[in-house]
Design a protein around this ligand. Structure first.
Ligand code: KG4
Ligand code: ZN
Length: 349
């Protein structure tokens, strides 16, 4: 059995978790987890302010790790490894978590694993569902990323699509801002959309049906802005129309990706936007059509958390993939290094 301390600090959540890789279920695999959200600190600015985030991580992280170990009833020297997010993300925050992880690893004489935050998201469905085998098709949708990847194994990714401008979560957040719904916007847009009529506001579906594999949401966002400024639509209808248009685009891109892969064991969705129930419903239909099982992690594993970092650490440790203590934090770190660079992709973690 391996016990891993996981640390996450790449954006606006400070989180630590203790993972038992041999646990039979999600409940026993995540021995303890504490997530401290910085939403309140960033809310006045309508988005994450990197300097405020980094400072908050510094203040919160060390005591939070102490608390999570106490909650688990375990000591640092009982851990088999320390796994900390090493990128991509807001560099100040990433450095706080990685340096803390290095210090703990050095003090306790334990291996350090520098985890790619995106790999954390990509492997999190395996934490929740031990029956999920490689290779699987992954839709990774968060505030900073919007990608379709073939996950062949730990560290083995083929990118099939990415965004040429905004990430899906970013489009939700900007729509929320336009509608005055505050930050973070995704859950607020989803709530308001439930009261609206998606057909009441005609919105474009960028790249729908095009041979180009990638995503684009900038045009949709501008159309949302125009619909709002027109002053004739209900906000709920705009929210519903936006959400439906965005989902239609995702499903269309996904269909193209499914055609370009074979032998996938499942369609998997991960990242913060995977919390969206309307998206999950559409993915269920799409997976059924393709004869694939849909695996969507529970909501607590969708948004940023440390359990997924600890889990990715456990998968890496099992393969002997540990990192040197002088490992550098990386603001940018694509999962598929061989994929062509695409304008706009991967702004953040
Ligand atoms: O993975 P995550 O917690 O952080 C990043 O690494 O980006 O994702 C956060 C993103 C935000 O853009 C947020 O608005 C979006 O996920 N999100 C949602 C929902 N819950 C979170 N978007 C749509 N519907 C939701 N229910
Ligand atoms: Zn994330």
């Amino acid at each position: 059995m391996a016990l891993i301390l996981g640390i996450e600090s790449s954006c606006d959540e400070t989180a630590a978790a203790v993972i038992d890789s041999d646990g039979a279920s999600l409940a026993t695999r995540v021995v303890a987890q504490i997530i401290a959200s910085q939403d309140e600190a960033h809310r006045p600015y309508g988005g994450v302010v990197p300097e405020i985030a980094a400072r908050a991580h510094v203040e919160v992280l060390s005591p939070l790790i102490g608390r999570v170990l106490a909650q688990a009833g375990l000591r640092l020297d009982q851990m088999d490894a320390i796994a900390a997010t090493a990128g991509p993300g807001l560099i100040g925050g990433v450095m706080v978590g990685l340096v803390t992880g290095k210090a703990l690893a050095m003090a306790a004489g334990k291996p350090l694993i520098g985890v790619n935050h995106l790999e954390g998201h990509a492997l999190s469905p395996r934490l929740a569902d031990p029956t999920l085998d490689y290779p699987y098709l992954l839709l990774l949708v968060s505030g900073g990323h919007c990608q379709i990847l073939e996950v062949r194994g730990v560290g083995q990714y083929r990118r099939l699509a990415t965004t040429i401008d905004d990430a899906l979560g970013e489009a939700f957040d900007k729509t929320a801002k336009i509608l005055g719904l505050g930050y973070p916007g995704g859950p607020a847009v989803e709530r308001l959309a439930r009261e609206g009529d998606a057909k009441a506001v005609p919105l474009p579906r960028p790249l729908l049906g095009s041979a180009e594999p990638h995503f684009s949401f900038a045009g949709l966002k501008s159309a949302v802005m125009r619909a709002k400024l027109a002053g004739v639509h209900r906000d709920a209808d705009i929210a519903a129309a936006f959400q439906q248009a965005a989902i239609d685009c995702v499903i269309d891109r996904l269909r193209g990706a499914i055609v370009r892969t074979s032998g996938m064991t499942a369609l998997v969705v991960a990242g913060g936007v995977a919390a969206n129930q309307a998206l999950r419903g559409a993915l269920e239909t799409s997976a059924n059509e393709a004869g694939l099982r849909l695996v969507a992690p529970p909501l607590m594993l969708c948004t940023d958390n440390a359990a997924m970092i600890g889990w990715a650490g456990a998968e890496r440790l099992a393969l002997g993939l540990i990192d040197p203590l002088d490992m550098a934090a990386r603001p940018r770190w694509p999962l598929d290094a061989a994929a062509e660079a695409v304008r706009g992709a991967g702004v953040k973690g």
